[in-house]
Design a protein around this ligand. Structure first.
Ligand code: HEM
Length: 471
């Protein structure tokens, strides 16, 4: 998602220049920007900050955004267009929840790709509402419970991959292993399993056509065939009722169309095939990198904090006792509160998406501030910087999972936004949490304390090098 945002930013910029050409008003406002004459915020009494193109190109996004951060918000100009940075939790709630009907959309994604325009992430207004309504029932507790065995199969494949590495070292502590590659393969397998009910072994078979062609015509055709087979009940691979995303959306569309003419099982107008395919591609894009990065950052943080790793190991051992008397593995995993706290604290320090954005559909005055946000101007919520504000989290740079134990939680919910908030928050949040938790339980239980290797990373680490051996 972080990459998407970045790419989105530069694509938007390039598209503006290349595809549509700069309109004369944009040229004027860009010139004013260069001349330092933008006065929209000054006139409203809002502090302004600026970030040069050079800084944007040479510094990490989360670094310069944090340098810019001022608690009560400020204005910046992007190519002359005012953008309001917001970090007050009450005002964030106002935008994300209270007046969501005005702040329904993210900024416009200018693209020639019709597939991207159909994705729930970029869809707007009533189109977004329609897509989200069909997709929302996909991740209810009941559905997640049914997905758990599918995800556990991917955990088994991950174990096989790690065991092979350990076997090469005769059971000794391995040389540094890039865990990002391992968690990346796991993330890809989960998302393909969950989206289509298809097994791939991403690490063993990186040339698998589903992985190689995720964004091409092949993928479009592949999904279309699958939809067609399922609608006609032709898919024979499994006689068990499927619980993958594609099937759940087909079911949800059918349920929404109970009144289908002549009582047949026809799927009518909820989602077109193209819309359905677009959501499947979005799942791969939105679900793979974010979860894999978060899982590898969890491994990184527990490798840096062996005492946390030990506590996790003890909690998991107790959990296995408990699990013996609990027939439902999903419920049993639910009991691992320290594990949840470790994941939450990792997401505080390293949120995969470093900011959230909304635009209003009409001019809007923020309560009690006298600040007007004009229609289509961007409100930018710098989640990464807010997560590290000492006013909201004591000793913000310190990794301290205990702050997320249920009895200790003291922060305002709008100062902790790894999955966004409100009706347009992350649709896959519960799936991501489950997928990360199942993998971590397994890794901590099976392998001896993970040790930090020579290199570590941030946010989208190129690699997370850890040394590993069997327990
Ligand atoms: C640790 C993993 C993940 C993180 C940190 C994450 C984070 C986010 C964030 C910050 C947003 C924007 C929320 C907002 O604007 O308020 C978002 C949106 C979204 N995410 Fe995730 N995400 C993760 C995993 C997933 C997964 C696994 C899926 C699906 C398989 C997914 C699907 C989506 C979708 C569809 C949206 C757009 C929702 C909409 O516009 O209605 N995400 N995610």
């Amino acid at each position: 998602m972080y990459e998407c945002y970045l790419l989105g930013y530069w694509c938007r910029t390039l598209n503006k220049l290349k595809i549509s050409g700069l309109k004369s008003t944009e040229v004027k406002s860009h010139k004013r920007y260069i001349d330092g004459k933008c006065d929209y915020w000054r006139k409203q009494g809002v502090r302004t900050a600026s970030v040069s193109l050079w800084t944007r190109l040479t510094k990490q996004w989360f670094d310069w955004e944090r340098d810019l951060y001022v608690r009560n918000g400020f204005g910046v100009y992007e190519l002359g267009k005012p953008v309001l940075y917001l970090s007050d939790p009450e005002l964030i709630r106002e935008v994300l929840v209270k007046d969501f009907h005005i702040f329904t959309n993210r900024r416009k994604f200018i693209t020639d790709d019709p597939m991207i325009n159909k994705m729930v992430f970029s869809a707007r207004d009533s189109e977004w509402k329609r897509l989200r309504t069909v997709m929302s029932p996909t991740f209810t507790t009941g559905k997640l419970k049914r997905m758990t065995p599918l995800i556990l199969e991917c955990v088994d494949t991950m174990n096989d991959n790690i065991d092979k590495i350990i076997a090469k070292n005769d059971g000794q502590l391995s040389a540094p292993v890039d865990m990002k590659r391992i968690t990346g393969a796991y993330g890809m397998e989960v998302v393909i399993q969950v989206a289509f009910g298809r097994k791939v072994s991403a690490l063993v078979d990186p040339n698998n056509p589903i992985i190689e062609n995720a964004l091409t015509q092949f993928f479009h055709k592949f999904t279309l065939n699958l939809i067609d087979e399922r609608k006609r009940g032709l898919e024979t691979e499994s006689s068990v009722k499927r619980v993958d995303f594609l099937q759940l959306m087909l079911d949800s569309m059918r349920d929404n169309n109970d009144e289908a003419i002549d009582g047949s099982d026809e799927y009518t107008d909820s989602l077109t095939n193209d819309e359905l395919i677009a959501q499947c591609v979005l799942f791969l894009v939105a679900g793979y990198e974010t979860s894999a990065t978060t899982l590898s950052m969890c491994l990184y943080t527990i490798a840096k904090h062996p005492e946390v790793q030990q506590k996790l190991y003890e909690e998991i051992n107790k959990f296995h006792e408990h699990q013996k008397s609990n027939a439902d593995p999903y419920e049993a995993f639910h009991a691992l509160k320290y594990m949840d706290a470790v994941i939450d604290e990792t997401l505080r320090l390293f949120p995969a998406a470093i900011f959230i954005e909304r635009v209003p559909t009409e001019d809007y005055e923020l309560t009690g501030t006298g600040i007007t946000i004009k229609k289509d101007h961007v409100v930018h919520i710098p989640a990464y910087a807010i997560h590290r504000d000492p006013e909201y989290f004591a000793d913000p740079e310190v990794f301290r999972p205990e702050r997320f134990l249920p009895e200790n939680i003291a922060h305002n919910p709008y100062t902790y936004l790894p999955f966004g908030a409100g009706p347009r928050n992350c649709l896959g949040m519960r799936l991501a949490q489950l997928e990360i938790k199942l993998a971590l339980v397994n890794l901590v239980q099976r392998y001896k304390p993970l040790e930090l290797g020579v290199a570590g990373g941030l946010i989208i680490p190129k690699s997370v090098d850890l040394r590993i051996s069997g327990r």
